[in-house]
Ligand binder design. Structure first.
Ligand code: NAD
Length: 499
């Protein structure tokens, strides 16, 4: 019998299986189960469950909501192996990488454990005679999250733990390509003590997403995925009166300065370009080498180091990275490599069609290095989202920075240098939201917030951390006077002031 990944609504697993889609194991290339694609009615049922659970959850003291988060964290840690296995089976990432993703997700739960402190408002005594004023941060109501395939555990946990800790109830629509780890994590949240209806998960596609974007009971939408969809989500949610943060795609450049510790830069670039098969929105996909000497050294050292990389199945933890997500995506990545070659770049290490013994049907692309890439090439302009590092040669740091600033995306970037002045100038001026100095993947920790600039993020507030608290709450300011007995104010038609 075919296993169906269904939905979690009002604390119950249900499978509305009128429409389904296969879920693949990308290492074997075989479909292993079906995922249910929620109908309009199913999504509406999830919203109704969240709406019904909201009043009681909103009034649950923050410290009690935090206690659920503490238990949830423990359950995530106890079930880590199972979660990583589910990620590996459907996403394809190797267990050491899945464990890292899970840990980053858990850190967001740890942040949410501090919700009582985070929701403390602002208070001013005596803003006028006998008048006190305070601001408090109230939950929004039912909020939704829509997440991508590449971090099925971490990205949902960027959203729902904090949203729920703030007193909201939640409808999550994970990626239909690797639904099982997300569903399992949501079940653990219930096991931790979340009342039914507080967190609901609907699997599905555009049909489900469009309900979340238009139903008036949804007050805010968090989205992470590709830029064209992020733009659609942001404009549609806004047109329907919802608060929205929509994080999109990326093209992250690393500047390699002539004074960089080249061996260190090569080690860092290997992990940041090829880890998780380059399917990370913070993957470094372009190395901008300043000067031909730096470029030549970088390319020759990379080429040598890449001989030792192993691409393979998630089940062998000695592999460095796994397959890409689908056959179609594998062909797309190969197509970008071919297009760079046709446009005049040099494929120094060619990862097209690697042989992975025992996994001949898997969606593998090997680590690829391309030199002599120019900004006019399609492979430079677009996000490849595969294990491909492109080298662009420039003559100065200014030229390198201009290249980054001119690119449509502004998610992450990094500079490899020993020059503190250059690094400081770079971090101060570059038009990118997350900057690393000799740190290749500057993904902010859970108590900062995550977000790119330019077309990598639509909205005002970044994800998780302090911005997350602001996103999932609305400020209310109360001004209060208790007049002393016998003291009465006269009528005053002027704007009240303290003058
Ligand atoms: P995607 O945009 O295809 O899908 C993301 C979500 O949107 C999924 O839940 C999907 O079901 C839904 N969706 C897809 N098409 C839709 C449509 N037409 N209408 C409504 N909803 C739709 O992205 P993906 O391929 O799953 O993920 C990879 C992308 O996500 C990359 O571009 C990557 O850079 C980006 N990403 C960005 C960040 C970030 O923080 N900026 C983090 C992770 C991934």
């Amino acid at each position: 019998m075919t296993t169906i990944a269904g939905h979690l609504i009002n604390g119950e697993m249900i499978a509305d299986s009128t429409r389904t889609q296969p879920v693949f194991n990308p290492a074997t290339g075989q479909a292993t189960k079906e995922v249910a694609l929620a109908s309009v009615e199913t999504v509406e049922a999830a919203i109704a469950a969240a709406q019904a659970a909201y009043p009681e959850w909103r009034n649950t003291p923050a410290i009690k909501r935090a206690r659920v988060m503490f238990r949830f964290k423990e359950l995530l840690e106890q079930n880590a192996d199972r979660i990583c296995e589910l990620i590996g089976e459907e996403h394809g990432k190797i267990s050491h990488d899945a464990a890292g993703e899970l840990q980053r997700g858990i850190e967001n739960v740890e942040y949410a454990c501090g919700i009582a402190e985070l929701l403390k408002g602002e208070y001013s005594k005596n803003v006028g005679p006998g008048i006190d004023s305070w601001s408090e941060f109230q939950p929004l109501g039912v909020v939704a999250g829509i997440t991508p395939f590449n971090f099925p555990a971490m990205v949902p946990m960027w959203m729902f733990p904090l949203a729920i800790a703030c007193g909201n109830t939640f409808v999550l629509k994970p990626s239909e390509r690797d639904p099982s780890s997300t569903l399992f994590i949501a079940q653990l949240a219930h096991e931790a003590g979340l009342p039914a209806g507080v967190l609901n998960v609907v699997n599905g596609d555009k049909e489900a997403v469009d309900v979340l974007l238009t139903d008036e009971r949804i007050k805010a939408v968090s989205f992470v995925g590709s830029t064209p969809i992020a733009e659609y989500i942001y404009s549609t949610a806004n047109a329907n009166g919802k608060r929205c943060q929509a994080l999109g795609g990326a093209k992250n450049h690393a500047i390699v300065m002539p004074d960089a510790d080249m061996d260190n830069a090569v080690n860092q670039l290997l992990g940041a370009a090829f880890g998780s098969s380059g399917e990370r929105c913070m993957a470094l996909s372009v190395a901008v080498a300043v000067g031909d000497a730096a470029a030549d050294a970088l390319v020759s050292k990379m080429k040598e180091a890449m001989q030792n990389l192993s691409v393979g199945a998630y089940s062998d933890s000695s592999n460095d990275f796994g397959p890409v997500i689908t056959r179609q995506h594998q062909q797309k990545v190969n197509g970008y490599i071919s297009s760079a070659e046709e446009d005049g770049a040099t494929v120094v290490v060619d990862g097209r069609n690697p042989q992975v013994e025992g996994f001949e049907e898997g969606f593998f692309v090997g680590a690829t290095l391309i030199d002599g890439v120019t900004p006019q090439m399609v492979s430079y302009k677009e996000e490849i989202f595969g294990p491909v590092l492109q080298v662009v040669r420039v003559n100065s740091m200014q030229e390198a920075m201009q290249l980054i600033d001119d690119h449509e995306y502004g998610n992450g970037t990094c500079i490899f240098t020993r020059d503190g002045e250059a690094a400081r100038y770079f971090s101060d001026h570059i038009q990118v939201g997350m900057v690393g100095i000799n740190v290749p993947l500057p993904v902010p920790v859970a108590y900062h917030s995550f977000g790119g600039w330019k077309r990598s993020l639509f909205g005002d507030l970044h994800a998780y951390g302090p911005d997350g608290v602001r996103f999932y709450t609305k400020r209310k300011t109360i001004t209060q006077r208790w007049p002393s007995a016998g003291v009465r104010e006269g009528v005053n038609f002027s704007m009240p002031t303290m003058k």
